[in-house]
Design a protein. Structure first.
Length: 176
């Protein structure tokens, strides 16, 4: 909800595939107008289909098998990054599996990390969304260094020392 409240009329935003970004999509205000959402998530595309003020653009690519999480169907390479090379967004809102002050933002799936990197490259700025349980964790595929993301929005569950370490490494931390 804290991330959704930052979206303004007329913006173009990117939402990657994940349950956290799906929650953000569900919290986007109904009053928004003239917003374009670019997404690699079929679930987000379907969720926003009826929103009158939002135009949804899907990245394309290969449908990743959803596994145990039916609400995180994503589009991955090949072809998932081609559209992103030709679009420019105001902000990319991404989720991750790990946030570490030294190792940066990481994901468990290399093909999803590749799409996330393309999304970061297409956006003027990028914001990471992660619950406190992901702070201090390092997953197998690197998305971006800490300084590659302008802000991290998380919950209040992690110790304040984690915020200080992340901010010292170069990312602004918001606890929602």
């Amino acid at each position: 909800a804290a991330a959704a409240a930052k979206v303004r009329d007329g913006e173009t935003i990117i939402l990657d595939a994940g349950t956290t970004t799906l929650a953000m999509a569900m919290a986007l205000p109904e009053a928004l107008t003239d917003v374009m959402v670019i997404t690699s998530s079929l679930d987000i595309a379907i969720e926003l289909e009826e929103h009158r003020g939002i135009t949804v653009v899907v990245t394309g690519g290969t449908l990743k098998k959803s596994g145990r999480k039916k609400r995180s169907r994503s589009l991955i390479p090949p072809l998932a990054g081609l559209l992103l090379e030709n679009l420019h967004a105001d902000c990319a809102y991404l989720c991750c599996a790990g946030v570490d002050a030294a190792r940066g933002f990481t994901n468990a799936h290399p093909e999803e990390a590749e799409v996330k990197r393309a999304m970061i490259a297409s956006a003027r700025q990028s914001v990471m969304l992660a619950d406190h349980g992901k702070i201090g964790h390092v997953a197998g595929a690197r998305i971006a260094p800490i300084r590659g993301i302008v802000a991290l929005i998380t919950d209040r569950g992690a110790p304040a020392a984690d915020d200080a370490a992340l901010e010292a490494a170069g990312v602004y931390v918001t606890r929602a």
